[in-house]
Design a protein around this ligand. Sequence first.
Ligand SMILES: Cc1cc2nc3c(=O)[nH]c(=O)nc-3n(C[C@H](O)[C@H](O)[C@H](O)COP(=O)(O)OP(=O)(O)OC[C@H]3O[C@@H](n4cnc5c(N)ncnc54)[C@H](O)[C@@H]3O)c2cc1C
Length: 476
Amino acid sequence: MLYKIRDEITKDYDVIIIGSGLAGMTAANILGRNGHKVLLLESHNKMGGFATWFFRNDREHVFDISLHGFPVGMIKTCRKYWNKELADSIVQLKDVRFVNPQFQVQTDFTKEHYTNVLKTQFGIPQDTVSEFFEYLATMNFYDNSHVSNRELFEKFFPGRNDVTRFLMEPITYANGSTLDDPAITYGIVFSNFMSKGVYTFRGGTDLIIAKMKDELLKNNVDIKLQTKVDKILVENGKTVGILLDGKKISAKAILSNANIRTTVLNLVGEEFFPQEFIKKTKEVRLNSSSCQVYMGLKKDAVIPHIGDLIFTSSYPVYDPERLLDLKVSSRTFSVYYPKESRPQDPDARVAIVSSTNCHYADWKNLSSEDYEKEKEIMIEDTLKGLEAFLPNIRDQLEIIEAATPLTVERYTLHPNGSSFGTKFEGLDISMNLHKALPGLFHAGSVGIIMSGWLGAANYGAIQSNTIESYLGTQNV
Ligand SMILES: Cc1cc2nc3c(=O)[nH]c(=O)nc-3n(C[C@H](O)[C@H](O)[C@H](O)COP(=O)(O)OP(=O)(O)OC[C@H]3O[C@@H](n4cnc5c(N)ncnc54)[C@H](O)[C@@H]3O)c2cc1C
């Protein structure tokens, strides 16, 4: 059932899920489908977390926030944990472009095409390319390798900043990973994309989340929106439920889809965990955040096909730190051609979303006047960047507005508007949470493998399995 805002929750549950991001929703769907009593609580007025969208001008314009591209594995994930209809609406984006002072490349983002470009455009011998891809293929999530991205690229392509840019920049754009991050995190995500290219949902985020909501309700998951959970309750060393408006709602297990640091330090509280666990949690670094500029075109505006995803930069070399700079010179344009992205809506307009990685502090520390000013500068710079591809864009625009890390923080409750939750070390805390506090589980953005649409959904599935094992022990 879908609770209304004023409804009081009086039932007990097997599992309460805090947060309806892709991880929370996927776990809820599996647990509900398997016959468990599940309550899914979301603080926002719609489900999806980062997988979200917004309308403007009475729904004439719609903007997708994070539907830019994910690996082919999402088809299997949707078929397995959601339904065939969702899986069947996933399509490939074939036109990915790179435009920067070091190179211009148009690609379908597959291993075959990348191999060809590395050989013909960058002059890398076939053997080196093969060895690089073979090395990535051997990388395993459970490896305890300390090789960094910097070391990885120096090993295979010494002194080749342009090759590093070609191989790494899309992943940096996507999730803020740097040359100092573990190569394993890059290797797994990059290999996932290289297997068959970049995919998206046809129909838009609003349609997908609506279908997921229907599926959850069909599987008897109870849902309540606009409900922010403030406290997870612990009694006798294990979780027993949550506190909502001063009232206890009991559950055998809790799955938090909120940020892992927030879950441990705020929703539960330091006093309920071993000291060493708290120390490690406090050491978990948050990931960087994102800025976006949303551009909605006039009703009859038509644009040429300039690519689906365009990674563009005027910065002379690849430098992940510069990608985060307030005075950014690098951005990714996602172009939504309505006939392809929203075939169900004959009135859909062209939408273009520009995304950049950025530091929360750069925006948080601005006065409100400077904040507005910086937003205007970002909008203007974005338009200048887009004019290289669409010289008449200013005449065709009806809507343009910007979001900053403060916007991300407000809507997803991730501290510092962190786009991909935490860095890699958050995974260890997340996966061992139920060992530190029985009954408490976490799924959601921790490091880049368990983040992104595919990573988050798969992590939700993994944790639903762990929860089912725990529930088995509680029913004895
Ligand atoms: C700008 C941007 C672009 C992106 N582009 C892509 C892309 O192209 N491809 C891709 O694969 N990924 C992309 N991502 C990342 C991807 O969207 C996320 O990794 C993924 O959706 C995260 O899912 P999650 O399950 O971790 O939950 P989140 O999306 O973090 O959702 C958590 C939910 O929990 C809720 N919540 C938190 N605390 C509470 C509480 N106390 N009570 C109730 N509810 C609570 C929040 O409101 C939120 O809805 C992008 C992200 C950003 C920011």
